[in-house]
Design a protein around this ligand. Structure first.
Ligand SMILES: [Zn+2]
Length: 374
């Protein structure tokens, strides 16, 4: 992977290149932007370029573009995945720390990981290249004590060291953390680019279109949904069934549909678990539940778009029948209320409320009933 192969993040990469050309490259960066738009890929390609022993500089119209050579020893070792001067820090390292040895990865990024894999190591001299690069994933999961521990390193990293924090929610970082780093913003990827990338991987065009719209510019997410293989049926078949069911949803079917959603969520998280065994079951379960809830949001947003005469912009363009049927039953205002309700349930998922209860409560509510408390 080289920097010139990364598409749709020209603005972010351009900002880094200009800083480098001007000799004002900062030693601590925050790459901020939605999940799945290429922050990690860019950080890896940027690190590979910084570590490269025969860096290339191509003159573009208004900018010299620095990139890795792809051939030197450093580049070859980097591609092999074991570069001694490149360090990826993630919450899944927790079982490998001295302090929390053998303990499971948690939701947050524990201080043991940050201290042992970053703070205690930054002073180490590079082994193969002229610098060292530390990339910290999911910085939005850094708790306050981890961030406080990091401040000194972010303020004055050793001259040979670059630190990049990847963050989908920069607003969750303490102002003191933000002020010590240069922030590089990553925007969503254009829909046609996502569709093209998915179809190139053999995804059917109609399905690619749906996942691109649902994922709102997150290439990683669209690709994940389109290629995941849950037991029994694909994610696309699950979404089709969900849309059909919501279109004819009645109060009396609520519990059955909630059970079906619970089963779909566990099949989806099971499939993720097969390809991401290092990610915790809790994380995957939440991701699956939130994914299904976002499909529900898309259904009611589509109904609103139909009422607003924006039928060409609907996410479920492949299932206009059920969306139109629903639009005949509920008006724009009711759709807006239902969307707000689904978002409330998405927050519950994040707050660890039992998933079964969430689906049941939601579907009873969507069918028009008041909450039944046990
Ligand atoms: Zn190289």
């Amino acid at each position: 992977m080289s920097l010139k192969n990364i598409f749709c993040q020209e603005r972010a990469i351009g900002a880094l290149q200009r800083a480098m050309n001007a000799g004002r490259l900062a030693h601590a960066y925050i790459f901020a932007g939605p999940a799945g738009v290429g922050k990690r890929t860019t950080a890896q390609a940027w690190a590979k370029m910084l570590l490269c022993r025969e860096r290339r500089q191509e003159k573009a119209t208004d900018l010299s573009f620095n990139d890795s050579c792809g051939r030197c020893e450093s580049c070859r070792v980097f591609e092999g995945g074991g570069h001694p001067d490149y360090h990826l820090i993630e919450k899944e390292l927790r079982p490998f720390t001295m302090d929390d040895k053998g303990k499971e990865a948690k939701q947050d990024l524990p201080i043991a990981v940050v201290r042992e894999f970053l703070i205690d190591k930054v002073a180490h001299r590079p082994v193969m290249s002229e610098c060292t690069v530390y990339v910290l994933r999911e910085a939005e999961r850094l708790n306050a004590s981890s961030q406080n521990a990091l401040l000194k390193v972010l303020e004055e990293p050793p001259k040979h060291c670059f630190i990049i924090l990847l963050c989908s929610r920069a607003d969750r970082l303490l102002p003191t953390t933000q002020s010590r780093c240069q922030i590089v913003r990553f925007g969503p990827v254009d829909e046609p680019h996502i569709v093209a990338a998915l179809t190139e991987k053999g995804v059917d065009k109609t399905q690619a279109q749906y996942w691109a719209r649902l994922s709102e510019g997150s290439m990683g997410e669209a690709l994940g949904w389109a290629t995941l293989a849950p037991k029994g049926s694909s994610c696309y078949e699950i979404k089709r069934q969900l849309v059909d069911s919501l279109a004819k949803h009645r109060l009396e079917d609520s519990l059955e549909l909630a059970a079906w959603m619970g089963d779909a969520a566990s099949r989806i998280s099971g499939a993720w678990s097969d390809i991401e065994p290092q990610t915790s079951k809790t994380d995957l379960g939440r991701r699956a539940a939130k994914g299904l809830l976002r499909m529900v949001v898309a259904v009611y947003s589509d109904v609103m778009k139909l009422h607003a005469g924006q039928g060409d912009q609907i996410v479920n363009a492949d299932q206009t029948g059920p969306i139109e049927a629903l639009a005949r039953r509920i008006d724009a205002e009711q759709s807006a209320e239902k969307i707000a309700k689904v978002y409330e349930n998405i927050r519950w998922v994040e707050a660890s409320v039992n998933e079964k209860l969430i689906f049941e409560e939601l579907l009873l509510n969507l069918a028009g009933s008041r909450i039944i408390s046990a």
